[in-house]
Structures are given as structure tokens and as C-alpha cells.
Design a protein around this ligand. Structure first.
Ligand code: GAP
Length: 455
């Protein structure tokens, strides 16, 4: 059985079930901007919480930060973004469209029949010029005299400019890390592929400060750690790979970068970048702000500028990868069952409590069970429509377990517990149900899609 997932199917399920939908739809939409609905919020929150857990709870050498989106404009001068965060662009004087000059061979021009920009007889392209991807705005009440500031294009710089604060207040010494999740903004010229590339997105970035001699070792450590994180949360290992950047792909700050790539329906694409940034950022900010950004060992008096290893992930892109990897279809009793085989820890809803019928005291008992379970985990109660329909709905939002209350429940206080993946139903007592679900939630999990994949 091959993988049935396509980007269109994921987009359609996301809309149908209220995960993610195009923004400003009632005004005709604004290109490549998306809003997250109830289940999308729950799913992305779980992704971010798992990232926090891996950074903060599972280890003791990282602290958290939440820095501002609007920072001093000189931050972007020091970081190199003002001068270097650009894409080469050409404009077409005929169709008025703008294209990435280095992607012309993959693009379509606005004229019909559509050709590559520059190929048609009427195409009239300008010379390429650099276009900065940062969004600009002004602070202060008077637009003309206000200062130009930028919406941050990455969360990382907020960490570097707080290095001294954190060092002082958290009493850390290298190796240690600072982690942050937050929105970033880039005026991407070719956004697309749903939430894969948008102009407003959330990043999950961690800057790990190390003694220079330990940089290579920590770089290798974070490559392995970050790949392991995706696998532990259910991504099929054969759909994940590490790819080292060629010298001509490296960002201005990096002496080595590897991407964690996922096999999206659009092909292998970057999920997360892990870079060895050396002392570039701290040295640049030290120079521009005229501040000492270094570590001084009080015992040995040794002083040095730490090197930085940076795992930089996208919360939306990771959410998309988990959705894509989880999407499945199978034939059950002559009907197609669509489901999300999400890791239970990521699933928006952990358990649905369903009375078989809306009478005979079943809804009352089901509501009692729901009230108990929802104190422990995200739980839903649903009594509307046929039981088959209610199961299908829960399958499509990836709910790993269904609890059904039936006539027998009223006699012996047992319920059926249904497993989303195997469809197995077992009879269990209501007493202890919460403990059992919590045990399952903590247990290691691997996607059944692994077994179904062709060798
Ligand atoms: N601080 C380094 C940095 O920002 P990056 O590779 O440009 O590195 C890191 O971004 C991650 O942020 C990417 O791997 C991707 O997951 C996410 N990301 C970057 N641009 C994005 C966009 N336009 N839309 C959605 N996610 C994006």
C-alpha cells in the first residue's frame, strides 16, 4: 500500500475539520496567510509544548525567553539582516508580476498561455535587484517623523541581545542554551504550499552557547537530538533525513548547517535548520552595541566569546509535517475511513466520550465520565448523529481513543474503549479508565503507517 497523502487532501481535511483555513476569507483572502481553528490551535500548541518539554523539562541546561517582536533597528544592522537578508527580484513591466530572479526556471508568468517569466514574446523583465524580506513599520505617533523599525524575521536575535541578562540572572555557564518560541515575519516573494512557507509564522529556536573547542561536538549532539525528537513524536524515520548544506548554501553567519528534511508531498524539504553560528552574533552585537558579550570564568579568569549551535525549527512547518505524516485512508466495511494517525501526545483531543443512544440514561453516565476525564486530558463529549458518524469525525481529527457508553454500562459500569488505529474495542470498567488512558498517553508510540509502507 503506497502513501495516499497529498497536500490537497491535507488542506481539505484541515478546512473541513476546522484545523487551518485561509485568513480574511470573507474579504476574498489575503494570499498565503492562514488562521488556525480550534483543533489546529490544540495541535500546534501540543507541538510547541513537546518542544518546550524537550528543551526545558527533559534537560537542565536550557532556559526560556520571550523577547519582543519589535526590536531596536540596529539589531538588524548588527545581525546582517539589513544588508544581507535579501532575495534577488525581477519585475515584469508587462504583467506587473514580481519573480525571484534565481527561481525563474521554476515559475510561471502572468500572461496566457503561461510560460516561464521572460520566455513569452511580450515579457519585459527588469534587471534583478535585491529586495529585503523584512517588514518595515514606524514607531511613534507621526508617520513621517517616526523611527523605522522592523518586524523580526527570526526569533534568534532576541536571544543574542539578551545573552548578558540571562548570563547574569540565571547564573549559567557554557554550555547552556536559551530557547524561545514566537512569531517571525518575512515578506516572502514566493510563499506557498499551505503553511509550509508563509509571511507570518512561528519559530521554535534555541541558541546553545558553548566553549569554542566544544562546538563540533555540540553540533553533532543537536543534529542527533533534533532528528530523534521528530521520530519520537511519530514521524516515519524513512521520511526524515539530515542534509548538510553545500558551501554556497551557507548563511552569512554559519560555518556549518544541516537541515532536518521531511519527505513532504512536494518532495524533500527543510523542516528545521541546525547551524554552527560560531561567535558571529555575539561578536557583532558586542561591536555594534559597544558591550562586552563574553563569558568570564570567575575561578580561572578565563574569558571567551562562546560559540553558538542553533537548532531553528518552524512550529507551523512541523505541524504540517505531523499532519502529512499522520494522514491515512483505509477501507473499512466497503467504506473509506480517513484518519489522522497522530501521536497521542500531539492529538488535539485525547478521548471522545459517546453515548450509543441519546436516551435510557446513557447521556447522563457519559457526561459523568467526560466530566471526570476532562480534568486529566483534552476530552470531548458528542451525542449528535449516528455512532458511526461520530467515530468518523473523531478519526478525522485524530482522537486516539473513543469511550462508548451502552446499555451494558448501566448494568455493570463498564464501557467500550476503541483504539483509533487498530479499531480494536475492549470492555473496561469506568473505574480506573482515567488511569488507563494516562498510562497509554505516556507509553511509547509508533505509527502503524510504518508497517504498511512498501519495503
Ligand atoms: N535563526 C535561523 C533561521 O531563522 P531559517 O532556516 O531561516 O533559520 C528556521 O528558519 C525555520 O523556520 C525553518 O526551518 C522553517 O521551519 C521555519 N521557517 C522559515 N521561514 C518560514 C516561512 N516563510 N514560513 C514558515 N516557516 C518558516
Amino acid at each position: 500500500m503506497g502513501d495516499v497523502v497529498t497536500m490537497d487532501k491535507v488542506v481539505s481535511l484541515c478546512k473541513r475539520r476546522g484545523f487551518i483555513f485561509p485568513s480574511s476569507e470573507i474579504y476574498g483572502g489575503v494570499g498565503s496567510t492562514y488562521d488556525y481553528g480550534h483543533y489546529g490551535v490544540l495541535l500546534k500548541t501540543n507541538v510547541k509544548n513537546e518542544w518546550w518539554r524537550a528543551m526545558l523539562q527533559d534537560r537542565d541546561d536550557i532556559v526560556a525567553l520571550d523577547s519582543a517582536i519589535i526590536q531596536h533597528p540596529r539589531v538588524w544592522e548588527a545581525s546582517g539582516h539589513l544588508a544581507g537578508f535579501t532575495d534577488p527580484l525581477v519585475d515584469c513591466r508587462t504583467c506587473k508580476q514580481r519573480f525571484r530572479a534565481d527561481h525563474l526556471d521554476q515559475l510561471q508568468c502572468g500572461q496566457k498561455p503561461s510560460k516561464r517569466p521572460g520566455e513569452g514574446p511580450d515579457c519585459d523583465l527588469t534587471e534583478a535587484r535585491d529586495f529585503n524580506l523584512m517588514f518595515e513599520t514606524t514607531v511613534g505617533p507621526v508617520k513621517e517623523s517616526g523611527a523605522t523599525v522592523y518586524l523580526r524575521p527570526e526569533t534568534a536575535q532576541g536571544i543574542f541581545i539578551n545573552f548578558k541578562n540571562v548570563l547574569q540572572f540565571s547564573r549559567r555557564k557554557p554550555p547552556f542554551g536559551i530557547a524561545q518560541i514566537g512569531k517571525s515575519f518575512r515578506n516572502e516573494i514566493t510563499p506557498g504550499n499551505f503553511v509550509f512557507r508563509t509571511r507570518e509564522f512561528e519559530q521554535m529556536e534555541m541558541e546553545f552557547f558553548v566553549p569554542p573547542a566544544e562546538a563540533d561536538r555540540w553540533f553533532a549532539h543537536w543534529l542527533a537530538e533534533r532528528e530523534r525528537w521528530y521520530v519520537e513524536l511519530g514521524i516515519r524515520p524513512d521520511h526524515l533525513r539530515l542534509r548538510a548544506h553545500d558551501a554556497d548554501e551557507l548563511s552569512h553567519y554559519s560555518s556549518g548547517t544541516s537541515d532536518v528534511e521531511y519527505l513532504f508531498p512536494i518532495g524533500w524539504s527543510e523542516l528545521e535548520g541546525i547551524a554552527n553560528r560560531g561567535d558571529f552574533d555575539l561578536s557583532r552585537h558586542a561591536e555594534h552595541a559597544n558591550e562586552k558579550l563574553e563569558y568570564v570564568d570567575t575561578a580561572t579568569r578565563e574569558r571567551y566569546v562562546p560559540h553558538v549551535i542553533e537548532p531553528a525549527a518552524g512550529a507551523d512547518r512541523a505541524t504540517l509535517a505531523f499532519l502529512v505524516d499522520a494522514y491515512d485512508e483505509e477501507q473499512v466495511e466497503g467504506e473509506t475511513r480517513t484518519l489522522l494517525r497522530l501521536h497521542p501526545r500531539l492529538a488535539p483531543v485525547k478521548v471522545a466520550v459517546l453515548p450509543l443512544v441519546k436516551k435510557d440514561g446513557q447521556p447522563e453516565v457519559a457526561r459523568e465520565i467526560w466530566a471526570d476525564l476532562r480534568r486529566r486530558m483534552q476530552a470531548e463529549y458528542d451525542e449528535g448523529g449516528s455512532i458511526g458518524k461520530r467515530y468518523r469525525r473523531q478519526d478525522e481529527i485524530g482522537t486516539p481513543w473513543g469511550v462508548t457508553v451502552d446499555h451494558q454500562t448501566l448494568e455493570d459500569r463498564t464501557v467500550t474503549l476503541r483504539d483509533r488505529d487498530s479499531l480494536e474495542q475492549v470492555r473496561v470498567p469506568i473505574e480506573g479508565l482515567g488511569d488507563e488512558l494516562e498510562r497509554r498517553l505516556r507509553a511509547p508510540w509508533a505509527t502503524p503507517k510504518l508497517a504498511a509502507d512498501p519495503a
